[in-house]
Design a protein around this ligand. Sequence first.
Ligand code: ZN
Length: 277
Amino acid sequence: MGCKPMADEQDKVVQLLTEYPLYRKMRFTDAAPLNFPEQLHLWCPKCSADRTLDLSDEALIEGYAHNWQVKAVSYTCHTCGTLLRIYVILRDHKDMLLTKIGQCPPWSIEVDEPLVTLFGEDSIYYKQAIVCMSQSYGLGACAYLRRILENRMNDILQRLRTLLETEGADTDTLKRVDDAMSSNRAVDKAQIAADVCPPSLRPGGFNPFSVLHDELSTGVHSLDEEECLEVASKIRAALEYVVKRMEEQQQESGSYITVIKEIQSKRSNRTASPSPE
Ligand SMILES: [Zn+2]
């Protein structure tokens, strides 16, 4: 049968490349040759925005040793052309395991600007969570991320409220957000955020606040490191998405309002001082 991996297998490779730390193993069921995604979506430091990355070289290095296949690939920012990532992947054909054995630049523990702005002094917890994840310490990563959600859900809700207001949400919706902010439990706040989450924050209909809610309600005490790592990865991906997207939308609507104001003020200047002819 065909060599094309199924969509969910391809999603797994995306996850392996962008979210997995080095040496964390991923089980792979597809027996077809290892295909890399044509595009990834990551933060480009040069563009200072989330960007599409194109697969620029799918066989920088390729080799076989016993049951192992090693492949290195590179990805370039679609917008500015900067080479952003090189990944080296090892595929164990016998046990059907994929492992990322190299990444350049390495997993950064730097927290992106929009998250630092929102999390303030709690950014240090976010950094600690990333350090734990890079070492596959899932339990530690979960503890730090949950602390951030407990401390910062109101800041996230405040941003969400601003966004909803800009998009013309009705007063009932805004009141629900206000009520959520006065609630004591992060999990309840996340539930309301999920309920009012606008379509502009739902990539492919997927609700990132539902992810935060579900993962917050999961009791991590009974989970092992690997399961906690999965929970932490989901929380991190959802947080990165909502915080960056809300920041982008705020900037977009901000610059739109600036342009409209400039046009209006030019117009009123023209009416106030007619040309001397
Ligand atoms: Zn770029």
